[in-house]
Design a binder for this molecule. Structure first.
Ligand SMILES: Nc1ncnc2c1ncn2[C@@H]1O[C@H](COP(=O)(O)OP(=O)(O)OP(=O)(O)O)[C@@H](O)[C@H]1O
Length: 302
C-alpha cells in the first residue's frame, strides 16, 4: 500500500539467550498508514514491546521483513541512526528519565544531540512545550521535579516531540497516573496528533483507555495477531477477548448484555452518549423506558 508508513510481513522474532530460545513474535503481518493512530493490545508477555522495538530498529527480525518510513529494518547493512530520530519512543514511566535542572534544558537535550542550530532548538522546544500544555514562559525555567506526575510525563512527551518524529510510539503511556492525569495526557496527545500529523502507536493492556484515540486495534496473544479491527468491532467480541485475559470496557459488556436481552443495539454504538441516544430514539417502539437519574433528581418530590 503506497501510504503505509510501517509494513510488517511475516515477522518472527526469537530471543536467543542460551541455553533457552523464546519465540516472542510468530509470523506477524500488519500495515500502518501515515497519520493513523493504532493500538497494540495484549496481556503480559504477548509480544507488544518486542514488536514496537522493531519499529525503530532496536531489534531486527529473525524471520520476515519490515519497512519503516521507507527503511528496510531487516537489512543488516542499513544504518538505522537516521530512522531512530524519526521514530520517537516513550517508554513506561518516562518521567524517570528526566534529569536536567530545568524543563527547558530537558526538552532541548534531544535537538541538541541532533546538532541543530540555536534558533531551531529554541523554536522546537517552545513549540513542543506548548503542544503539551506547558507554556515555555511559565514552565521552561522550572525544575521538572517540582511538577506533578502528569506534568512530568508531558515534559517527557515534549522531549520526544522536539525531535520532530514522524512516528510516535507510546508504551503504556498513562500507567501510574490518576484518572485526571490520564484524561489530560490523552487530550494533549490528541492535540499533538492534529497539530503534527504524526503517526501514533499505543501499546496497552487497557482497551477502554486507548479506544478513544485509536482508530484500529491489533490484539496480540502469544506473539501472534489474533484479532484486529475498529475498537467497536473488536469490543463486540468480548467473550473471545476474555479468553485472552483482556478486559472488555464496561460499556461494551453492558451493550452485549442488552443485546442478549433482545434490544437490537447496532454494533456502531461505542460511547455512552451514542447508546443513550439510540435508546431514547427507540423507546417509543419498545417496552423499555430510558430513565435519566439526574433529570429525576431535579424533579420536586411529591
Ligand atoms: N530480552 C529477552 N530475552 C528473552 N526473552 C524475552 C526478552 N524480552 C522479552 N522476552 C520474552 O518474550 C515474550 C514477549 O515479551 P514482550 O516484552 O514483547 O511482551 P509484552 O506484551 O510487551 O509484555 P508486557 O505487557 O509485560 O510488557 C515474553 O515471553 C518475554 O518473557
Amino acid at each position: 500500500m503506497h501510504d503505509a508508513i510501517i509494513q510488517v510481513e511475516h515477522l518472527t522474532h526469537i530471543y536467543k539467550t542460551p541455553p533457552l530460545e523464546k519465540k516472542a513474535l510468530d509470523d506477524v503481518s500488519l500495515e500502518i498508514k501515515r497519520g493513523d493512530c493504532v493500538a497494540l493490545i495484549g496481556f503480559n508477555g504477548s509480544g507488544k514491546s518486542t514488536l514496537v522495538q522493531h519499529f525503530n530498529g532496536l531489534l531486527r527480525p529473525t524471520l520476515g521483513s519490515l519497512r519503516v518510513d521507507g527503511v528496510d529494518v531487516g537489512d543488516p547493512h542499513v544504518d538505522l541512526r537516521a530512522l531512530r530520530q524519526r521514530v520517537g519512543m516513550l517508554f513506561q514511566f518516562p518521567e524517570s528519565q528526566l534529569f536536567a535542572p530545568t524543563v527547558y534544558a530537558d526538552v532541548a537535550f534531544g535537538p541538541q544531540r541532533m546538532k541543530l542550530g540555536r534558533h531551531e532548538i529554541r523554536a522546537r522546544v517552545k513549540g513542543a512545550l506548548r503542544s503539551v500544555g506547558l507554556p515555555p514562559e511559565e514552565y521552561g525555567h522550572r525544575s521538572p521535579f517540582a511538577l506533578s506526575g502528569g506534568q512530568r510525563r508531558r515534559v517527557a512527551l515534549a522531549g520526544v516531540l522536539a525531535m520532530s518524529p514522524r512516528i510516535l510510539i507510546l508504551d503504556e503511556p498513562t500507567v501510574g497516573l490518576d484518572g485526571e492525569g490520564r484524561a489530560e495526557f490523552y487530550s494533549y496527545l490528541q492535540k499533538v496528533r492534529s497539530e503534527h500529523g504524526v503517526t501514533i502507536i499505543l501499546v496497552s493492556h487497557d482497551m477502554s483507555e486507548v479506544a478513544s484515540m485509536a482508530g484500529w486495534l491489533y490484539v496480540l496473544h502469544h506473539g501472534r495477531i489474533v484479532m484486529q479491527g475498529e475498537p467497536r468491532h473488536v469490543f463486540a467480541r468480548g467473550e473471545q477477548l476474555r479468553e485472552w485475559d483482556l478486559a472488555v470496557p464496561p460499556l461494551h459488556d453492558l451493550l452485549t448484555h442488552l443485546r442478549r436481552q433482545g434490544i437490537a443495539l447496532p454494533v456502531e454504538i461505542s460511547t455512552v452518549d451514542e447508546a443513550f441516544d439510540f435508546l431514547q430514539a427507540h423507546r417509543q417502539k419498545s417496552s423499555f423506558q430510558v430513565v435519566c437519574p439526574e433529570a429525576e433528581a431535579d424533579q420536586p418530590r411529591r
